[in-house]
Design a protein around this ligand. Structure first.
Ligand code: CA
Length: 86
């Protein structure tokens, strides 16, 4: 299951059942209520790397960080798609 939860602080919560080597999970296009809002993120389970992107379908400017990211820096309030990997 891939899920994206809105929060008051604009934190991406990547809730994944399983994350294994070579398999990534994500969202290709955030819904309008969440688009361009995230400023930090946390991944769960065995997923320990988050990648966020300015455009849909994992295109455009990107930023990668670990399982717990206090900021997406230049992509804060610009995240349109994201994925996580092991
Ligand atoms: Ca964007």
């Amino acid at each position: 299951m891939v899920n994206t939860h809105p929060t008051m602080t604009g934190k991406l919560r990547a809730a994944i059942d399983t994350c294994s080597p070579g398999v990534s999970y994500g969202v290709n296009q955030l819904p309008s209520t969440l688009d361009n809002k995230y400023e930090s993120g946390k991944a769960y389970s065995s997923c320990d790397q988050i990648e966020v992107f300015d455009f849909a379908n994992h295109q455009g400017a990107t930023y990668a960080c670990g399982a717990s990211c206090s900021s997406f820096y230049a992509l804060n309030k610009d995240v349109t798609s994201w994925r996580v990997r092991d």
